[in-house]
Design a protein around this ligand. Structure first.
Ligand code: ZN
Length: 107
C-alpha cells in the first residue's frame, strides 16, 4: 500500500520549489534591457531560455496539481491505462507519473 501522505508531502514541496523558480524567472524577465545592441541580443537569448524554463515549470506544476487531485480521490499511484499499481521507484523518479512504466513506454 502506497504511503499517500508521503507523496503528498513530496508533491507539495516540489510545487513550492517550482513556484519559487517561476517567481525568479518572472523577476529576471522583468529586468530592464540594456541599451547596447550587442547586449540586447544576448539578453533576448537569455529571455528565451528563461521562458523555456518557465514553460517547463508551468507544465510540471499542472501535472503535479493533477497528481494532487489523484491523491485526494485515491487514484494516485494507479496506472490510468492498465489500472496496475505504479512502482514506487517510478513515482519517486516522476512524482506525477499517471502511467506505469510499461504503459508509458508503449504509448
Ligand atoms: Zn499501466
Amino acid at each position: 500500500m502506497l504511503d499517500l501522505n508521503h507523496y503528498e508531502q513530496l508533491i507539495s514541496a516540489r510545487l513550492q520549489e517550482l513556484d519559487t523558480r517561476m517567481h525568479d524567472v518572472d523577476h529576471e524577465l522583468g529586468e530592464p534591457k540594456s541599451a547596447d545592441m550587442n547586449d540586447q541580443s544576448i539578453d533576448l537569448e537569455d529571455d528565451e531560455v528563461l521562458e523555456g524554463l518557465g514553460m517547463a515549470a508551468q507544465k510540471e506544476i499542472g501535472l503535479l496539481n493533477l497528481a494532487m487531485e489523484r491523491i485526494k480521490d485515491g487514484s494516485y499511484g494507479i496506472c490510468k491505462k492498465c489500472e496496475e499499481p505504479i512502482s514506487e521507484a517510478r513515482l519517486n523518479a516522476v512524482l506525477y507519473a499517471p502511467l506505469c512504466k510499461r504503459c508509458a513506454t508503449r504509448a
